[in-house]
Design a protein around this ligand. Structure first.
Ligand SMILES: Cc1cc2nc3c(=O)[nH]c(=O)nc-3n(C[C@H](O)[C@H](O)[C@H](O)COP(=O)(O)OP(=O)(O)OC[C@H]3O[C@@H](n4cnc5c(N)ncnc54)[C@H](O)[C@@H]3O)c2cc1C
Length: 429
């Protein structure tokens, strides 16, 4: 087994060690301190008055999902080991003149604190929040896992970062939106926590502002909707774990619904379409009752017969669908699925590929044996609608993967297989 040594057992070191372990390395984690945690070290002092405990560093979990991911990698659930609690305030900022700012809580609580100092800054705070989302979208979502070891990578990102005014400092960004000097300090001191100086740390660090305040932005959207007397129905590809969320899984269409949808859409492409109800139902079955798969298939009816459509397979890149108004990024089932799969941790993706081996569904035991799919991975795949739970007659739960997804999973497994042998070939002397 290949060996790896990680020096430093802070959050960064622990996370690296776990990821290497998951990749099959024999890992040794070294630290000069006598405890894990790095800046999250906990100091204890025994005194005649009792034991005093001091938390050295972090108090606010800014990216919960990064912790969850580490547990999921090993088929565990973070909740079974560590509890994250909502607290208010996260911290109290005390100014020399005795005034205080209670940091944290809901949008309303934040705005009430801001208004105590300068009511006009409430609006600036909302604009700052929106700007930090843009920084977050580039700095975290797009670049968060990019290694900046090559000049060319940095060069590629430069235009986007410039547009977001990365030449401004964190303090400079706060000054742009906030007028009160005290509030500027409230919204810019955070780089101090990682040893940075707010007066010279690039404003890209303001992405932390969005990361921490994400729920507030949802609050802002909700308030805008309420003010306009509008109800918002927001749907998402996967559950987000928000308190406002209500899970309502949309199952596949049954055979006759699927057949009707296909026929309706196909007639738009070829009004004279004449096919038997039975073959339509068979196609709907073959496509697992997935509305998008049926629509994409129907889009091709103008130039292909049912037999050709069915024989074509569902994973090839193609560009039908414009006539039916299907957005470009959804015109290939393969592309849509690849977009979803790219957002999953690598090991969950591999599990998905492995589960594609089951033709007639599977139970938890078989999933674990064949594809290393423990309960946490199954739950992730279920939340992404990549597998569908079905109640068995005897009260136990089974899962199945719709047919088109199985095709994609098969292709994914074939890609891993091909990469493995290509690598092996390269390593041969
Ligand atoms: C007061 C404070 C509050 C903070 N609050 C938050 C917060 O609320 N939310 C948040 O997300 N972040 C917060 N942070 C930031 C967060 O704590 C750090 O970003 C994070 O802990 C850094 O982890 P790390 O693994 O990169 O580094 P570190 O935690 O610094 O770990 C480095 C480790 O390397 C070890 N080491 C160094 N040199 C050697 C060597 N030569 N040999 C062996 N071992 C070595 C050190 O002993 C240390 O254990 C806060 C930080 C501070 C200081």
């Amino acid at each position: 087994m290949a060996k790896a040594i990680v020096i430093g057992a802070g959050f960064g070191g622990i996370a690296s060690a776990l990821r290497l372990r998951r990749k099959g390395y024999d890992v040794t984690l070294i630290d000069k301190q006598d405890q894990l945690g790095g800046r999250a070290y906990q100091y204890r002092r025994e005194t005649p008055l009792g034991t005093f405990v001091h938390d050295a560093g972090p108090t606010v979990i800014t990216a919960k999902f990064l912790f969850d991911e580490l547990f999921t990698m090993f088929g565990k659930r973070r909740e079974d080991y560590v509890e994250f609690r909502d607290i208010y305030p996260w911290y109290r900022i005390q100014f020399a003149d005795g005034s205080t700012f209670d940091y944290g809580g809901t949008l309303e609580q934040f705005e009430a604190q801001i208004a105590k100092f300068e009511p006009r800054d409430v609006e600036g705070f909302r604009r700052y929040l929106k700007h930090s989302k843009k920084i977050f979208d580039v700095g975290f979502t797009e670049l968060g896992d990019q290694p900046f070891d090559k000049f060319t990578t940095m060069l590629k990102c430069a235009p986007a970062l410039l547009r977001l005014q990365n030449y401004k400092t964190v303090y400079g960004m706060a000054r742009k939106y906030i007028t009160s000097e005290k509030l500027r300090r409230v919204f810019s001191f955070q780089p101090l926590l990682v040893g940075g100086n707010p007066f010279n740390t690039t404003s890209i660090y303001s992405l932390i502002f969005y990361l921490v305040h994400q729920p507030l932005l949802f609050g802002l959207v909700r308030r805008l909707a309420e003010t306009a007397g509008t109800s918002l129905l927001v749907t998402s590809r996967q559950t987000l774990g928000m308190p406002e969320e209500f899970e309502f899984p949309l199952g596949p269409l049954d055979e006759s619904e699927g057949a009707a949808l296909f026929e309706d859409r196909a007639r738009r492409a070829r009004p004279e379409l004449a096919v038997s109800e039975e073959s339509l139902r068979a196609l709907s079955r073959r496509l697992g009752g997935m509305p998008l798969a049926l629509e994409l298939a129907a889009a091709r009816a103008g130039v292909q017969g049912l037999a050709q459509i069915e024989a074509a397979g569902w994973t090839a890149e193609r560009d039908f669908g414009e006539a039916l108004g299907i957005p470009k990024r959804q015109r290939s089932l393969d592309a849509v699925l690849r977009e979803s799969l790219a957002m999953l941790p690598e090991d969950v993706r591999k599990t998905f590929f492995g589960l594609g081996a089951f033709r007639n569904g599977f139970d938890a035991e078989a999933a674990l044996a064949v594809a290393d799919a423990g309960p946490a991975k199954l739950d992730t795949l279920r939340r992404w609608s990549l597998i569908l739970p079905t109640e068995d007659g005897d009260g136990s739960l089974r899962f199945r993967m719709p047919e088109p997804l199985r095709d994609v999973a098969g292709l994914g497994a074939a890609r891993i297989h091909a990469h493995y042998f290509a690598d092996l070939q390269k390593r041969k002397p």
